[in-house]
Design a protein around this ligand. Sequence first.
Ligand SMILES: *Cc1c(COP(=O)(O)O)cnc(C)c1O
Length: 415
Amino acid sequence: MRFNTKLLHGGFPLDAFGSTLPPVYQASAFAHESAEKLEQIFQNTAPGFAYTRISNPTAAAFEKRVSIIEGGVDAVSCASGMAAVAMALLNILQNGDEIISGSGLFGGTLDLLDDLSAFGVKTVFLREVTAENVEKSITPSTRAVFAELIGNPRLDVVDIQAVAAVAERRGIPLIIDSTTATAALIQPLKQGAHIVVHSSSKYINGSGDAISGVIVDGGRFNWDFDKFTALQNFRHMRKLAYTARLRQDIWRNFGACIAPQNAYLNCLGLETLGLRMERLCENALGLAAFLAGNAALTDVNYPGLEKSPYKPLVDRQMEGGLAGAILTMRAGSKEKAFRLINALRYAKIATNIGDVRTLVIHPASTIYARAPEAQKQAAGVYDDLIRVSVGLEDLEDLKEDFARAVEKITESRDL
Ligand SMILES: *Cc1c(COP(=O)(O)O)cnc(C)c1O
């Protein structure tokens, strides 16, 4: 099966009534015919469902499909993208461990890494996640290399093959947050990454109607159980130890499960992921190229533009050379940025990405409001930066809308 066929036919078996979509199993608990049967389910010696925090048929259907399109061995769905990032890291980390991470991260993830320092987990931030920089930053305490692809909002692109090769040689897993790229543009596990996480609230869901996340395990990493002591109880699972511990331990005990209704909405969204990403990326490239020619804006940033330093990597690494559907621009000052945002007719002023509608935000005053200045700089968040999550509107309408809004900031003398 190729990608778009997998989106429709990969995974879930038909239920008793032949439902073409996975039914919503909106139940907390599942009853069984005997105490023996429930005992077996709890001991993983018989298949079946016991309690929705541990597993649920609708969630399982979503997990199966995500796992198939990412080329993983298993996927674990979560209550949010943040839950997925947190669980993906906490599953292998302990007091005294270090993470190497890109600095151009989603604001919530930066806050999370800060939270983890209270538990003795330190993060070493790299301006650019390159093989060379990662190699130099590895210490005996390093337990994970974490990066976003495509970085939100700095829109940097990691060379997965090169970074994964270094991480693997040094016995450290590479965890990629692939929220903004999605499996339609790249399947990081196939390029050598070991774990993939998504905020499925974004492009996977597609319509901005449910918060959720997912962790996909490539099942290829050779865990050294003397080094990753958190996984020791799952030694017998060998390369599957990571997901085994998530399911039976950390993810289950943190109560990070997805809601069945949200798993269903994501299954629905997944069906059109390929189609949506194609058009969204086309619109984003069209809008970025159009705005790049506008003298009132500086630094129109989109990794698919010829002038972007990431363009060669995008062409080599991403499916069809597609560069995602997020772009940023600088308006000259915070006041001008606000004025431009307020003048837009179609772009909704909202803190989200991956919606079918175009969304716009001023990151410095919202998502990064709590970040220290140095952290904002490293994340590429300037006071005049505007982030656009391009939607499925007609490109000509978007161009007209932005052109008119930019005029608004240029005609004002007093700013
Ligand atoms: C939104 C986002 C998250 C967090 O996801 P939620 O579903 O909002 O919890 C994590 N990483 C990236 C790249 C995101 O864009």
